[in-house]
Design a binder for this molecule. Structure first.
Ligand SMILES: NC(=O)c1ccc[n+]([C@@H]2O[C@H](COP(=O)([O-])OP(=O)(O)OC[C@H]3O[C@@H](n4cnc5c(N)ncnc54)[C@H](O)[C@@H]3O)[C@@H](O)[C@H]2O)c1
Ligand SMILES: N[C@H](C(=O)O)[C@H](O)COP(=O)(O)O
Length: 332
């Protein structure tokens, strides 16, 4: 029998739909142990509002992981600073959110959990509280002292990785340097090989400008940076690097069927297509970290928080994907 893995879920922004999707997930059967880093008070109150059963036990690292029992959660408790009101952000609770992420990083770094699965946080309110935060991706990279990681979102039939993550659009062209592309593509290849068992990954690389720069008439980043970097890398890596191709036509089935991943140059070049194809059944994962970190494909859903409208499709998909990544990493 396979030993259950231990998966730590952070419940995310307390005023959002994170606590609701965690409690809904807890009602189902799972072969691995689910551990939640959150406020026990918040979890109990949310379960009560949803009229769902829930018992909590405090996490005991000395105990071996056991398969999930329906309507039960192991908890790493962190208390809120102020009562959570569904749909209404409160900067007093931003330190709570960050504390859950710090604990998750600590437990994963010490191999006390097999993976971190993060619920959605609200980047704006964390910054409003005076805590600099651009996203989980960058947070875990910094905590792990890794100079570069890669954000990838995946749904059935499509994986999209990003060369740049959370930065203003006007900062993107300057960020696309040979060094950045070199690092991103190497991490992408390494993790496609190790996490997805793709021996010689095929990567479709998008250009930055309309029509991939139209031979320099619509932008020079392709000619000056992307093409020479891909040429250099082709001689050095065990991967097929196709492109740069125009991003507007890259996402046609006839191209996607032939590649393992699309590499988009920036967040909204790649993610709208991914989310159009698979919102609610997609996962977000961070490549290049020393541990497995995954997340749902959606945000805090403040407009539906507290209304029992949150769909757990992405959370379920993210959990199944995470379980597979853990099995793959253990068999490597
Ligand atoms: N993993 C993460 O932490 C993560 C991911 C994406 C966005 N965010 C953050 O979330 C905040 C809100 O972002 P947003 O409003 O752009 O996106 P959002 O995903 O929160 O909401 C977009 C729309 O999708 C709906 N929706 C989202 N999740 C749903 C679910 N599970 N079931 C049913 N409907 C759902 C919402 O009701 C809303 O109408 C921002 O601060 C953003 O940065 C966090
Ligand atoms: N870019 C992500 C998305 O659109 O789903 C989201 O902002 C979450 O990013 P982090 O995992 O870095 O928080």
């Amino acid at each position: 029998m396979i030993k259950p893995a231990r998966i730590l879920i952070t419940a995310g922004e307390p005023a959002g739909i994170g606590p609701e999707i965690v409690i809904k997930l807890a009602q189902l059967e799972h072969s691995d142990q689910l551990l939640v880093c959150a406020s026990p008070t918040l979890l109990k109150e949310t379960a009560q509002q949803l009229q769902l059963p829930l018992t909590l036990s405090e996490f005991d690292p000395a105990q071996a992981p056991s398969a999930h029992q329906k309507a039960h959660l192991w908890v790493v408790p962190v208390e809120l600073q102020a009562p959570a009101v569904a749909g209404s952000l409160n900067q007093a609770n931003s330190a709570y959110v960050i504390k859950t992420l710090k604990i998750a990083h600590q437990l994963a770094s010490e191999n006390r959990v097999d993976a971190i699965l993060t619920g959605p946080v609200h980047k704006g309110i964390i910054n409003q509280a005076g805590l600099s935060f651009t996203g989980h991706t960058e947070f875990f990279a910094e905590k792990s002292q890794v100079s570069k990681v890669v954000m990838m979102l995946a749904t059935e039939g499509l994986r999209v990785a990003l060369a740049t993550t959370h930065l203003p659009l006007k900062a993107v062209p300057d960020a696309i340097t040979p060094q950045l592309l070199n690092q991103v593509i190497r991490i992408l290849i390494q993790d496609l090989q190790s996490k997805f068992a793709l021996e010689r990954p095929k990567i479709l690389v998008c250009g930055l400008n309309p029509h991939a720069g139209e031979d320099g008439h619509l932008g020079s980043e392709e000619i000056e940076t992307i093409i020479p970097t891909l040429e250099r890398l082709r001689a050095e890596v065990n991967a097929e690097l196709i492109g740069p191709v125009p991003a507007d036509t890259a996402f046609q089935p006839k191209f996607l069927q032939q590649v393992d991943t699309v590499l988009a140059m920036y967040h909204d070049q790649g993610l709208p297509t991914l989310k159009y194809k698979g919102f609610g059944k997609a996962i977000n994962l961070t490549l290049g970290l020393p541990y497995i970190r995954t997340s749902v494909d959606h945000g805090t859903g403040l407009d539906i928080a507290g209304k029992n409208l949150a769909d757990i499709g992405s959370m379920q998909y993210a959990l199944q994907f995470t379980q597979q990544l853990i099995r793959n990493s253990k068999s490597n």
